[in-house]
Design a protein around this ligand. Structure first.
Ligand code: GDP
Length: 304
């Protein structure tokens, strides 16, 4: 299982901490709950979500009067699963697109270095493999390297990419990309945007402008605004989620680099705190190392 491999570090670290948290204890008491709180926080689940989970377990302890530590795994798994289900409604594993929307337009946001380009490349590959016509748009015009890196992925996957010179207007690139996508009868368009975290107003204005221009070509686009977050950065990822959700309406998340980190709990915390579904997770640098986020599989691989 690729996912098991991808989450190995999180799982190993989580379990060794959990084992320590209940060592020598047969029932879940206040001390175990305190330890559990620490385990969750140090796994980057985030303070708010950790408290939510602890409260849910406390409730069960008081309802059942007695909860054995041997049952804690199961209960924790149920509660985390329930929490994820609040925002992540689907349970797909396939790279699919809604049949009635064409082209389906995904605008990708996120700061530099989080794996934005790589995620777009992997996603283009998966969509192409699934039989969709893909067009990429290089609207991160701030850095020449961003355009070139995306071009490398476009060539590698074998999909067309619309680009302009470095420094040109991102909205103009988005406009060209959508026009080209419509002309080519494309199924899906993925547009990269600049990853600068300038001040909130600057970011908001830039993203709003790109969106407005898209809507001139295809009404009601973008269909998704996908925020890419680096799962290995823990609290930084929370902070970025805060800034981007304040600047624009983020509809889904891609969390990358879960393979190299013990901080996989960040997926649970961010999805819960911002009430945004996680759509994709990155579990490696290779072209195949992107998965549709499946909450059941995720929780299972955490606990199995
Ligand atoms: P960008 O600046 O956000 O576009 O980031 P890039 O896509 O260029 O990625 C930055 C680095 O992260 C590259 O070395 C990628 O290979 C690496 N990377 C991206 N996604 C993943 C992932 O899921 N796992 C691992 N291990 N590395 C990744």
């Amino acid at each position: 299982q690729v996912l098991d491999k991808g989450l190995e570090k999180t799982k190993t670290s989580f379990f060794s901490k959990l084992t320590k948290a209940v060592a020598g204890k047969s029932k879940v008491d206040d001390e175990v709950l305190d330890n559990l709180e620490e385990v969750l926080i140090s796994s980057d689940v985030g303070v708010n979500t950790t408290l939510k989970i602890i409260q849910r377990i406390e409730k069960r302890v008081s309802q059942d009067k007695y909860l054995g530590t041997d049952e804690l795994n199961l209960i924790l798994r149920e509660e985390i699963g329930a929490l994820l289900s609040e925002t992540n409604t689907g349970n797909d594993s396939e790279f699919i697109l809604p049949k009635d929307i064409k082209p389906y337009v995904i605008m990708v946001v996120g700061v530099n270095g989080v794996g934005k380009t790589t995620t777009i490349g992997k996603l283009a590959y998966q969509f192409k493999k699934a039989g969709f016509n893909v067009v990429l748009g290089a609207a991160d015009t701030f850095r020449a390297a961003a355009i070139d890196q995306l071009q490398i992925w476009a060539d590698r996957v074998g999909v067309p990419m619309v680009r302009q010179q470095m420094g040109s207007d991102p909205a103009s690139v988005a406009f060209d990309t959508l026009q080209s996508a419509v002309a080519q009868n494309a199924d899906v368009v993925i547009i990269d945007t600049a990853g600068r975290l300038h001040n909130k107003v600057g970011l908001m204005n830039e993203l709003t402008k790109v969106k407005n221009v898209m809507q001139k070509v295809v009404p009601n686009t973008p269909n998704d605004v996908m925020l890419v977050l680096d799962g290995s950065t823990g609290q930084n990822a929370f902070e970025q989620a805060k800034q981007f959700t304040a600047a624009t309406e983020v509809s889904c998340l891609a969390v990358t680099k879960l393979d190299g980190t013990a901080k996989g709990g960040v997926v649970i915390g961010i999805s819960d705190q911002f009430q945004i579904p996680v759509k994709y997770i990155g579990v490696g640098e290779g072209i195949e190392d992107l998965q549709v986020f499946n909450k059941t599989e995720f929780v299972d691989s955490f606990f199995n």
